[in-house]
Ligand binder design. Structure first.
Ligand code: TPP
Length: 805
């Protein structure tokens, strides 16, 4: 009996194995057909650009067998087969993205906002609330900068560690099942030349993060071969020192070949098991990978690959090799395989046809409507000849894009500019309605649109029992204590943040109180501190990632700008990463300890909130607001404020600063001074000095640069004073110019001015060292006084005779 059962079992296993292999073979062919067609769609003009996954099919099918619900991917544009194998990319969706179909249903990765090959699953429902991420395989949203996926990968993997080790998180079932999830990273061999690849791998090794990192090694980065990319022309050899040993932690490094189906399957099985069970990072170096159609549709690889290499790529094509293997093992007959190939081709063709039809349909409708609108506009216009010509051209256009339709309508309306007809009204209404749709289509979700948006968080005033004064850093520390106690998912980390509690002691004692998995030290690696935060936040944790000094934010700026700030936008609300970045800057001394590059930051980081605090109570209130919200943000603490005395609020963790709301510090009648951060205190001091010479200045602290004065209170002040000066520590034309544009243009402030609007900023160079360097590099109290006085002198020299003549 027992023997029969075993035989039957074997029989079934063999059949199942055959089915699995043939299914893999079908998918490899299907994906390849899609790549071939994808290129043709671009070359025939139906799509603008194509970057495709041919040559990586078999390896990715092997990998995807290990991709389980709850797991994550952080990869790049070659991973179409991996996505298809995990059921996350039907062919129709692939083509929808290729055509830039802006419909979210048809192109759920980015709603047509991203170039093809930029994959993502959706973590949020239509209201911006989390889905159950443990029930789906997850892909973080791809970005184009090579190796840009690496910092985020670190955080995606690291989250599993916290979910496994932080007992208070055991109920967060939506995000993790006991930390058993792993994160799969993918990268091209040439992109391993980027610094952030090394930074992320080192950090993953140090922290023992459960990731499986695959390098698809096809020997080239576009045209540049490995000899110019990688030391020893082998990433696994270069990384051999990362290999774990019996007594030293590190990576498990595995090697396999991109065409060796059975070996790939076994390798990924092993890799995933190690990462999942032991929580150890694994590197899989997939060598001998091909790229049958070259890098992208922008060029041909015949220009840079030798005839021998091209021939080798044909001979070692993974699908050809897989076919040879299947036949050699007698798993299927040539006829069976041919049938599969034909079916895959047809299926791919159908996917393409369906996607193209679906993409065109709504545009066709708009096209027809536009022609009707133009017909009526022309019929009732004195300029019918011109309008009808435009209409005829549009009517004759074959499959026009929206751009052509809107260009035509907007030009036609110009011909009716002096007319008031029903046709013109209809055209204007049609345009207005559809432009609103296009606004939503292309410009929504720069920030969270959920109920938890920090813009929805009401302010709560700080409360005080007694007038006890403490150092500013104690207010922060006690507030972080309250936040850590109220939010088990809050994790704070950075350089020196753990053991000593931060260079300015804002986290003093909190590691001892909450443990090393809540408040901890990281290596010196700003970019991956940020990435760590991004990945963790995508998995439901609430990281506060500390960058020790504002001047060093530049190391992290690329990943903040390319990745963090665009998460909601590039997925059209499909994912979020509410990371809070804590840093400190402004007035201190020296080229790298007193920076205030706010123009750089606000312009690079649209999609994040930007909080510029003047003292620690205000900073704490900002953290409290941001923790209640679900957007990423940066809070800049004033370096010179940690030891200044402040009152200690009683409602720690609760009081909140309203984002986008200015605070009037000093009321005045003659001039409005708009400023933020450390300069608020100075401007308030100067206002007192100005009063002594009869000038009444109103000082406004903007509190947040992004968003900026949402209720437009600054213009109300200008209506009263009729003069305005913007003061900050940035370079000339930096954040002060931004503030000026907001107030003069957006708020219409220019209409109320009696004097020329002015800015007062630091010098164009980095600030020089020590007190004198600061005095002569940044705006001093005397500079502010004299600037205001000069404005008053110019307007009323009788009352305010020139200071220096
Ligand atoms: C930071 C950055 N620099 C340059 C590019 C342009 N670029 C796109 S892909 C690529 C080559 C990448 O080669 P590799 O990592 O080997 O991946 P493959 O395309 O071969 O799979 C380059 C240089 C980019 N996207 N990002």
């Amino acid at each position: 009996m027992a023997e029969t059962a075993t035989a039957a079992e074997k029989e079934i296993t063999k059949e199942e194995l055959k089915q699995e292999v043939l299914n893999d073979y079908r998918l490899a062919n299907y994906s390849r057909e899609i790549s071939l067609m994808g290129r043709r769609e671009v070359l025939t003009g139906k799509a603008k650009f194509g970057i495709l996954g041919d040559g990586k099919e078999v390896a990715q099918i092997a990998l995807a067998k290990q991709w389980q619900p709850g797991d994550w991917r952080s990869g790049y544009y070659r991973d179409q087969t991996m996505m298809m194998a995990a059921g996350q990319l039907p062919g129709e969706q692939f083509f929808a993205q290729l055509y830039a179909d802006a419909d979210l249903e048809r192109e759920p990765a980015s709603a047509g906002r991203q170039m093809n090959g930029h994959f993502a699953t959706r973590s949020l429902d239509e209201n911006g609330n989390w889905l159950t991420l443990t029930e789906q395989v997850n892909s973080s949203p791809d970005i184009s900068p090579t190796a840009g996926q690496m910092p985020r990968l670190l955080g995606l993997g690291l989250a599993s560690k916290f979910y496994r080790e932080n007992k208070e998180l055991k109920d967060h079932k939506q995000f993790s099942n006991g930390g058993n999830e792993i994160a799969f990273g993918t990268i091209g061999d040439a992109s391993t030349s980027e610094g952030i690849f090394w930074e992320a791998l080192n950090a993953a090794g140090v922290m023992q993060v459960p990731i499986v990192m695959s390098v698809w090694d096809d020997g080239h980065g576009i045209s540049v071969p490995k000899e110019f990319q990688t030391i020893k022309e082998s990433i696994s050899e270069a990384l051999s020192g990362f290999q774990r040993t019996k007594d030293k932690k590190g990576f498990e490094i595995l090697k396999t070949k991109g065409w060796d189906y059975p070996h790939l399957v076994l390798t990924y099985e092993k890799a995933a098991k190690i990462a999942r069970e032991e929580h150890v990072p694994v590197l899989v170096h997939v060598e001998e990978v091909t790229q049958p159609q070259g890098h992208s549709t922008s060029g041909s690889h015949e220009r840079y690959k030798s005839p021998e290499r091209l021939q080798w790529e044909k001979d070692f094509d993974p699908i050809t090799k897989m076919k040879e293997w299947v036949l050699s093992k007698g798993i299927a007959t040539p006829e069976e395989l041919e049938e599969i190939e034909m079916a895959a081709k047809k299926e791919a063709r159908d996917a393409k046809t369906n996607a193209w039809k679906a993409f065109l349909e709504p545009i066709k409708k708009e096209h027809q409507e536009a022609v009707v609108v133009l017909t009526q506009l022309g019929a009732e216009s004195k300029n019918a000849v011109f309008i009808n010509k435009l209409k005829d051209e549009l009517a004759a256009a074959v499959d026009p894009l929206r751009k052509e339709i809107y260009e035509t309508i907007r030009k036609a309306i110009r011909y009716a500019r002096n007319e008031q007809t029903a046709g013109k009204q209809a055209a204007l209404k049609w345009l207005k309605d559809h432009m609103a749709e296009n606004e939503e289509r292309y410009s929504s979700h720069l920030y969270s649109a959920s109920e938890d948006s920090p813009l929805e968080i009401a302010p709560v005033a700080a409360e005080y029992k007694e007038d006890k004064l403490v150092d500013g850093r104690e207010v922060l520390r006690d507030n972080f204590d309250a936040l850590l106690s109220n939010h088990p998912e809050l994790i704070i980390f950075g350089e020196d943040s753990g053991k000593i509690g931060g260079v300015n002691q804002g986290l003093e004692g909190l590691q001892s109180k909450y443990g090393v998995n809540r408040v901890f030290d990281t290596g010196i690696r700003e970019c991956t501190i940020l990435g760590q935060g991004i990945g963790m936040a995508m998995r439901g944790l609430r990281p506060i990632a500390e960058i020790q000094y504002l001047d060093y934010l530049l190391y992290a700026l690329q990943i903040m700008s390319d990745d963090l700030a665009t998460v909601q936008y590039r997925t059209k609300g499909g994912q979020k990463a509410p990371v809070i970045i804590r840093t400190r800057g402004h007035r201190l001394e020296g080229i790298w300890h007193s920076g205030s590059p706010m123009g750089v930051i606000i312009h690079a980081l649209r999609g994040m909130h930007n909080c510029v605090s003047r003292n620690m109570t205000q900073a704490a209130g900002m953290y409290n607001t941001l923790m209640a919200g679900d957007d990423p943000a940066i809070v800049i603490e004033s370096l010179n404020g940690y030891r200044l005395k402040e009152k200690l609020p009683t409602n720690l963790g609760e009081f909140k600063v309203e984002l986008g709301k200015v605070e009037t510090m000093t009321e005045g009648e003659d001039i409005t001074i708009v400023t933020y951060g450390s300069m608020v205190r100075m401007c308030v001091d100067v206002a007192k000095q100005l009063r002594e010479v009869g000038i009444s200045a109103e000082v406004i602290d903007v509190q947040t640069l992004l968003p900026y004065d949402l209720s437009q209170d600054i213009v109300e002040s200008i209506k009263k004073t009729n003069r305005v000066l913007f003061v900050d520590e940035d370079v000339p034309g930096g954040a002060s110019a931004y503030m000026m544009q907001k107030v003069l243009e957006e708020q219409g402030g220019y209409r109320f001015l009696d004097s020329a609007p002015a800015t007062l900023t630091a010098k164009a160079h980095r600030p020089a060292y020590a007190s004198d360097g600061d005095y002569f590099s940044k705006p001093s109290n005397e500079d502010i006084f004299e600037k205001v006085y000069a404005i008053m002198n110019e307007s009323d020299p009788g009352s305010y005779p020139a200071l220096f003549s």
